[in-house]
Design a protein around this ligand. Sequence first.
Ligand SMILES: [Zn+2]
Ligand SMILES: [Zn+2]
Length: 68
Amino acid sequence: MSDYCGRCGRQTADHAGPELTGCARALSLEPPRYCAACRRRMIVQITPTGWTARCSEHGVLTNLHLQN
Ligand SMILES: [Zn+2]
Ligand SMILES: [Zn+2]
């Protein structure tokens, strides 16, 4: 499980129930704003087919394909 919510940046331990469900739903549609591992702001790029979000520490997340 992630340490931080990718949408609002709260610690997932303090973030449960309907709010977390709402964030999880949003994150299925939009890129995360915060790195789930370190809470840095992600550098988000929207592309015609999806998005990429980059953490300077943890690398790139994308909905296009998985990267290490
Ligand atoms: Zn959240
Ligand atoms: Zn990170």
